[in-house]
Design a protein around this ligand. Sequence first.
Ligand code: GDP
Length: 426
Amino acid sequence: MIKAVVGANWGDEGKGKITDTLAEKADIIVRFQGGANAGHTIVNDYGKFALHTLPSGVFYSHTTSVIGNGVALNIPVLKKEYDEVVGKGVPAPKLKVSDRAQMVMPYHILFDQYEEERLAGRSFGSTKSGIAPFYSDKYAKIGFQVNELFDEESLKEKLKNICETKNVLLEHLYHKPLLDPEELFREMMEWKEMIAPFVCDTSAFLWEAVQNGREILLEGQLGSLKDPDHGIYPMVTSSSTLAGYGAVGAGVPPYAIQKIITVSKAYSSAVGAGAFVSEIFGEEADELRRRGGDGGEYGATTGRPRRMGWYDCVASRYGCRIQGTTDVAFTVLDVLGYLDEIPVCVAYDIDGKITTEFPTTSLLEKAKPVLETLPGWKCDIRGIRKYEDLPENCRKYVEFIEEKIGFPITMVSNGPGRNDIIWREK
Ligand code: GDP
């Protein structure tokens, strides 16, 4: 059976931790989209890790980690991460990289930086990892698949042609140094050495695994609201963040994805620009940011302080629906234990009209939050393992949100560790 672990919101919901928890019973963990622009933070017996490319399952010796064809593969970043994991004493991960995955090229990263510079104040808040230029090239059909590393003559030829067009932009639009196809070729030959031991037809491997009834987890990056089709376009990422895309980005049958576990955090955070209706500011935001996650709400890749907000039922209900959620994992609930009262955004007010439907971007910009306030529980809930043992107000908070979003919360996460999880039977 295939389970997808995906985000309901803007990312940073705690998917890494939920995948890590579920990986205990899984055989294979697959990344199917995104690149090294976002990261998962995982805390386990080996230490604390910020993973950007490796799936969260790498810490178990019984699992195989797969980088699917839908990923923006940055080979040096992957190699560095792999070496770091092994260097900290984790048994060498069993890793398979799709021969159809495309590679983030050095110029994708440069173009990302140059475009942000050019746009200056009008920028999209890119992490400058080359993700948007990478996916633009993929769909313009001038990207490079991993298998192309192994055909040196045609690789050289293609690099020459691509540098020609890229250099026109570099010279006339960005006024930056030009690309040298031979230098790129030499760099890619180093990549070939790094990646060769892992490359294979991962869709064939996964097909076989599905036939044999293996337990497979698809691990999503970011969340529903960053999806290029269904999210807050254009303040979105460049590949689909939805479980449905898992079928494409991993190369597995859509019907085999039988569980869609959508992760949603007990309060909101977002990075980058874009409307964020339940956002809070000032000391109230600073305190939640400081206490949030595990060691504060700062980007795993960039270290940027995240924007903070109250839980948004409108965005989450939509985010869960668009994922095709079967189960909600409700995370980081322990962090809210300091609050006397907890505001929750239950509807949007758009030009005086109250709605619980998540609107398109231009209307979203005008939306004001309609807040309801719930009583806090004022204690530390870490270490609790049974739902009934949670304080009554804490359970009321969970159940209130469950009712508003309309999808069953079957897992409650009350700490960053693998075992900080409360299962709710539904
Ligand atoms: P992801 O990208 O969705 O995996 O999310 P991140 O890794 O960026 O953010 C989640 C952060 O919250 C990490 O620092 C986790 O260790 C931490 N975390 C996850 N679940 C919990 C939880 O239930 N409680 C607390 N306190 N921290 C958590």
